[in-house]
Design a protein around this ligand. Structure first.
Ligand code: HEC
Length: 141
């Protein structure tokens, strides 16, 4: 093999590895979303509906998650809502809600998964939430 060939093969290797590295966060997110979907449909959908629209006009008055500013604008607020529960008045998309949601007794990973699912479904687009970010907020209390 001459030097040129070796260099070519080496640079292809670097190129492919580079792509694999760039691709990693996306893959992490899509795997988290997949796990989160199962959790969501098994628990959250009962109150927020499978399509994330909630029951804003029903007696239950649960807020929507689809296109919800509360869920999408920050990572902290939805993490806090699940880790500590949510009570009292909140505003979601300009609409007032005053009910209560119990805290979820799940692992940090499960909470990040279900939020990654909700923040990336029904037209939502949200940055990846890691297990560590959930842990940080849990420890703050
Ligand atoms: C027992 C019913 C119930 C269940 C189950 C439930 N929620 Fe909620 N959720 C509520 C209610 C009610 C509120 C509004 C609380 C308030 O008015 O302060 C809320 C608020 C929220 C909010 C903040 C407001 C918004 O619309 O963005 C998020 C995010 C949320 N829930 C996500 C979830 C996720 C994810 C799950 C599953 C892990 C879940 N909820 C399970 C009833 C529920």
């Amino acid at each position: 093999m001459n030097t040129k060939k070796v260099l070519l093969i080496l640079s292809m290797g670097v190129f492919i590895c580079g792509f694999a590295l760039i691709d990693q966060p996306d893959q992490k997110l899509s795997e988290s979303i997949k796990r989160g979907q199962v959790l969501y449909n098994g628990y959250c959908a009962g109150c927020h509906k499978a399509d994330g629209t909630g029951y804003p006009n029903h007696r239950l008055k649960t807020p929507p998650l689809a296109h919800a500013d509360y869920l999408l604008d920050t990572k902290e607020k939805p993490i806090e809502a699940l880790v500590f529960g949510l009570d009292g008045k909140i505003i979601v998309n300009g609409e007032e809600y005053d009910r209560s949601m119990p805290a979820v007794d799940w692992t940090d990973e499960e909470i990040s998964d279900v939020l990654n699912y909700a923040r990336n479904s029904w037209g939502n687009k949200g940055e990846y939430i890691s297990e560590k970010e959930v842990q940080k907020i849990r420890k703050r209390d």
